[in-house]
Design a protein around this ligand. Structure first.
Ligand code: SF4
Length: 318
């Protein structure tokens, strides 16, 4: 009963709310990297999504989560400043409002906040902003407007509250293309036709432009080698089986070792298998302690972002 009232009242706010400020129908957060899409946004001929009670609640929740993230950053000694500063991009003055800016290693950089579910967060972890053309356009336009070289793209996990962030660079050519298209469409009367590009699978208009759904095949290649895939499956079966046997035997051996009352450095021989208890000194940098003792900026100063690659090989279910 009460929940229905909450949804209905959100519906009321959605209907009565101020229309998002979009001069000429476009704001920085609605720019997509395709001239035809920009033209459709300018002409207000994009399919309209109705804002109902639950989407209004989701939107409001996103704002509250941003406040929460700012509070948590503040508690960790990191201030988000220049919040909601306005930008106007290009000669067509496309408007936008930034989430804020932060000091990162003695440099002021843009701070953009998103509250995302696990699926989107994982996709961002794997592919960065290349899988998010709207967001990539938005932050590049903001960085252009604020004359900043980097953006801390900060994602708060909706389901588990855990934050994840990644610093992305300003891509000048990308930003200038967007600005050129915006000015040409808004001020120059340009009516660009659809042109197939890497973003066609993202924008939701592929059916209208091409009469078909376009699937993102980036990063996918297919080849045939039955022998190789058979060997992999067989090897994996042997490995799973041997892992299982070893785990069981290991647990049994450790139990027998402990039952003998033996300690570090002692040895138990079970036929020709040797069981020894070893001590390993592990040196680890305790990030939590570092932040506690020297403050969060110390971590930023000594931390380095590194890209590491690994390969996951799995059987595809058919
Ligand atoms: S489908 Fe391709 S051409 Fe059509 S609007 Fe989307 S990105 Fe542009």
């Amino acid at each position: 009963m009460l929940s229905e009232i909450v949804v209905l009242s959100a519906e009321g706010r959605a209907r009565g709310g101020k229309e998002h400020e979009t001069r000429n129908g476009i704001s920085c957060s609605g720019v997509f990297p395709c001239p035809h899409y920009i033209y459709r946004a300018f002409k207000r001929t994009l399919p309209q999504r109705e804002v109902d009670g639950s989407s209004q609640l989701n939107m409001e929740n996103g704002w509250w989560q941003e406040e929460e993230s700012i509070k948590l950053l503040g508690q960790s000694g990191i201030e988000v400043f220049h919040r909601q500063e306005r930008v106007e991009i290009g000669q067509s003055k496309v408007p936008g409002k930034i989430d804020g800016e932060v000091n990162f290693n003695k440099e002021v950089i843009l701070w953009e906040h998103k509250a995302w579910d696990t699926r989107k967060t994982n996709l961002f972890k794997q592919k960065g902003l290349s899988a998010f053309p709207w967001e990539k356009s938005q932050v590049n336009l903001y960085m252009h407007g604020r004359k900043l070289e980097k953006c801390d793209f900060y994602v708060k996990g909706k389901e588990h509250n855990e934050p994840y962030d990644h610093v992305v660079p300003y891509e000048k050519d990308f930003a200038l293309s967007l600005i050129g298209w915006l000015d040409e469409v808004i001020l120059g009367g340009w009516e660009p036709q659809p042109m197939e590009c890497e973003y066609c699978s993202h924008c939701g208009l592929s059916f209208e432009c091409w009469g078909a759904e376009i699937i993102d095949l980036a990063g996918l290649r297919q080849m045939s080698d039955e022998e190789l895939s058979k060997k992999f499956k067989l090897g994996k079966q042997y490995k799973d089986f041997s892992d299982w046997i070893l785990e069981e035997v290991r647990a049994e051996m450790v139990m027998r070792f402990d039952k003998q009352g033996l300690g570090v450095g002692d040895t138990l021989l079970i036929d020709d298998v040797k069981v020894q208890k070893m001590k390993r000194e592990v040196w680890r940098l305790d990030k939590r302690l570092l932040v506690e003792k020297l403050g969060p900026t110390a971590l930023i100063e000594v931390g380095q972002e590194k890209e590491e690659f690994s390969y996951r090989i799995q059987e595809v279910m058919s």
